[in-house]
Each structure stands twice: as structure tokens, then as C-alpha cells.
Design a protein around this ligand. Structure first.
Ligand SMILES: Nc1ncnc2c1ncn2[C@@H]1O[C@H](COP(=O)(O)OP(=O)(O)OP(=O)(O)O)[C@@H](O)[C@H]1O
Ligand SMILES: [Mg+2]
Length: 337
């Protein structure tokens, strides 16, 4: 068997991540999260690209060393070319193209959202085609029918905020820091999900679109009406707000995913993207899948948020089909699936 070794680079937002996959087996996946953004309560694009510029070489070296792979052994370099922040993407894309060109090996452009879907294919067992994929991250909320390898149909997406964005904005209102999703998850564990009734937009409608800005505004109104803005919220009430908000978002995500799977007649469902790290989403989706006779796939935590492994996985699959990209391929900030 020919040995295929792929280097995967991810720099689309605020994670500098590099992975090595050999013959489908992940050998390393180094993720360096930029902490510089915390003090600003969100990602500052210019600071993100400067940090990538500093980190890209050391992170590549670390990933290669951990995998015990020399650069002469690489078969191709795969890079996330979009969607994402332009300045951040350009660091990975330009480094990746130069590295591939210098080594005389193919360059493989990878769509970051496609890679999130393929994060469920890194470890066995993997979903069978066709599968229904919920991608929930900081910038996207999509239901995608994966008909066959690299053949997608977007069956629904958010009309306003992404689910992760709503988590981050609500966390900001509650002074929980950035990124807020993981903090809400932690506080929610001590709270009552039925304490406050926040809306569940479009939950019962027959299409597969989402809307999360209304839930976020309801939290804002709740805080305003109860004079809780810019004050120290009592611990139990804070936990109840987090649990109730989280349960609204999760209910909608679970109901729509199950209904989409049923309508499109698929057995395998998969969740990916940063919000798939959410403990309630993982638990509720598991219960609903079991109840409805569906097979659920959710990636390991380190493959939920941005990571090089998912880029290398898509690169490995494209390499086997000789899907390569020209050396003049470039970053596209609003690249679609
Ligand atoms: N446990 C959790 N519960 C809820 N949300 C979470 C959790 N962990 C991470 N998140 C959310 O995941 C998001 C980050 O995910 P990811 O890194 O995939 O997004 P992104 O790369 O910024 O966006 P995109 O992939 O759409 O370009 C953030 O909004 C973060 O709050
Ligand atoms: Mg992402």
C-alpha cells in the first residue's frame, strides 16, 4: 500500500492548529488557542492574524515532531481556505502553499465547514452516506445532508445569529467572559432548565431554518425587566438563566435535526462544530436519537472546536481522489459549502 501522509493547517479564526494524518490514522493534532482576545471580549481580527504569523512555524514543527514525520515524507499539504477571517486565513494559506511548492507536493484547499462535518470521520466508527449533519459553531448553524463523499445539500440554516454566537452574546450580558459557550455550559449544570421560559423559535415549523437572535433578546429583556443588568446576579438565579437559555437553544437544535433525518429518510445523524461540545446538546441529542431509532455521531471534544485534524482528514480523502488545488488558489472569507 502506498503511504499517504497529509499535513493539515487551520488558521481561519483564533486557533492555530496543525495535524498530521498517515493512511487515515491521526498522528498529531496540535491546537494553540490565542488568549490575547479574552481581554477584549471577542476575537480582534488584526491580533488574530499577527498571532497566527508568530505561531504557525512552531506549531507546524511541533505537529511534525509529535507525529515523528520528516517534511520529505509528506504527500500533500491541506489548508482551510475559508470561510473565516481574511487576515487569519491568509497566514495558513500562504504558509501552506509555500510549503507545498517548496517540497514539490500538491496543495489541497479545504472548506472549513466541510471539515467540521468530516470531524466525525477522524475516528471509527464513521457515519454512513447519506447522513444528516448539524454544524453548530461560532459563525454557522446549518443542517446539511451529506449525500455522498463531498456531495452536500444544505437543508436549513440560521436566518440571523449562529447558535455559538448566541451563547457568546448571552454570556457577555451575564459577564461570564469570552468565549462564553463553555461558561454557560458549566453554570447551567447547577441550574433549573425550566425556571424561565425563553422562546423556541421555529421549533414547530415545517422547514429547517433556525433563528437565535430572538432567544438572545429575550434574555436581555428578562435581565432588564428584573433589574439584573450590570449587577451581581445571585448564583442560583445565574445558573437558572444559563440552564433555561441553554435548554431553549438545545431543544430547537435537537427537534429540527431529528425531523430533518426523518423527512430525508436517513439513519445516521452527526453533530459538529464548537457548540457540539455542549453537554446538554450531547445528552439530549443522544436521548432523542435512541428514541427515534437513529444512529448518532458526535466528535471527541478536541475535534469540536477548530482543529487541524479535521482539515487533514478532508485533505487525506481529497488526496485519494486526486482533488488538488492550483497554487494560485487563495483565501475566501465568505466561502460557501
Ligand atoms: N460547551 C459549549 N457549550 C456551548 N457552546 C460552546 C461550548 N464550547 C464551545 N462553544 C462555542 O463554540 C463556538 C466556537 O466554535 P468553533 O471554533 O467551531 O467556531 P468558529 O470556528 O469560530 O466558527 P465557524 O466554524 O462557524 O467559522 C463559540 O461560539 C463557543 O462559545
Ligand atoms: Mg469553526
Amino acid at each position: 500500500m502506498q503511504t499517504v501522509t497529509i499535513l493539515g493547517l487551520e488558521t481561519s479564526c483564533d486557533e492555530t492548529s496543525v495535524a498530521v494524518i498517515r493512511n487515515g490514522k491521526l498522528l498529531s493534532n496540535i491546537i494553540s488557542s490565542q488568549i490575547v482576545h479574552e481581554q477584549y471580549g471577542g476575537v480582534v481580527p488584526e491580533l488574530a492574524s499577527r498571532a497566527h504569523q508568530k505561531l504557525i512555524v512552531p506549531v507546524v514543527n511541533e505537529a511534525m515532531a509529535k507525529a515523528e514525520v520528516r517534511k520529505e515524507e509528506l504527500s500533500a499539504v491541506a489548508v482551510a481556505v475559508g470561510p473565516g477571517l481574511m487576515g487569519s486565513l491568509l497566514v495558513g494559506v500562504n504558509f501552506g502553499k509555500a510549503f507545498a511548492y517548496g517540497l514539490g507536493i500538491p496543495f489541497i484547499a479545504v472548506n472549513h465547514m466541510e471539515a467540521h462535518i468530516y470531524s466525525n470521520f477522524i475516528d471509527d466508527p464513521v457515519p454512513q452516506f447519506p447522513s444528516m449533519n448539524l454544524t453548530v459553531s461560532g459563525g454557522h448553524t446549518q443542517l446539511v445532508l451529506l449525500k455522498d463523499e463531498f456531495t452536500y445539500e444544505i437543508v436549513g440554516e440560521t436566518k440571523d445569529d449562529a447558535a455559538g454566537e448566541a451563547f457568546d452574546k448571552v454570556a457577555k450580558m451575564l459577564n461570564l467572559g469570552y468565549p462564553g459557550g463553555p461558561q454557560i455550559d458549566i453554570y447551567a449544570k447547577k441550574g433549573n432548565p425550566n425556571a424561565i421560559k425563553f422562546p423556541r423559535p421555529y421549533a414547530t415549523e415545517n422547514d429547517f431554518h433556525f433563528s437565535f437572535s430572538g432567544i438572545k433578546t429575550s434574555v436581555l429583556y428578562y435581565l432588564r425587566d428584573n433589574k439584573l443588568r450590570d449587577t451581581e446576579i445571585p448564583e442560583q438565579l445565574l445558573a437558572d438563566i444559563c440552564a433555561s437559555f441553554q435548554s431553549s437553544v438545545v431543544d430547537v437544535l435537537v427537534q429540527k435535526t431529528i425531523r430533518a433525518a426523518q423527512q430525508y429518510g436517513v439513519r445516521d445523524i452527526a453533530v459538529a462544530g464548537g457548540v457540539s461540545a455542549n453537554s446538554r446538546l450531547r445528552d439530549e441529542m443522544k436521548k432523542a436519537a435512541e428514541k427515534n431509532g437513529l444512529q448518532l455521531f458526535i466528535p471527541k471534544f478536541e475535534y469540536c472546536t477548530d482543529n487541524g485534524a479535521m482539515i487533514a482528514e478532508v485533505g487525506y480523502r481529497k488526496y485519494q481522489r486526486s482533488i488538488f488545488s492550483p497554487i494560485n488558489a487563495t483565501a475566501i472569507a465568505n466561502l460557501e459549502l
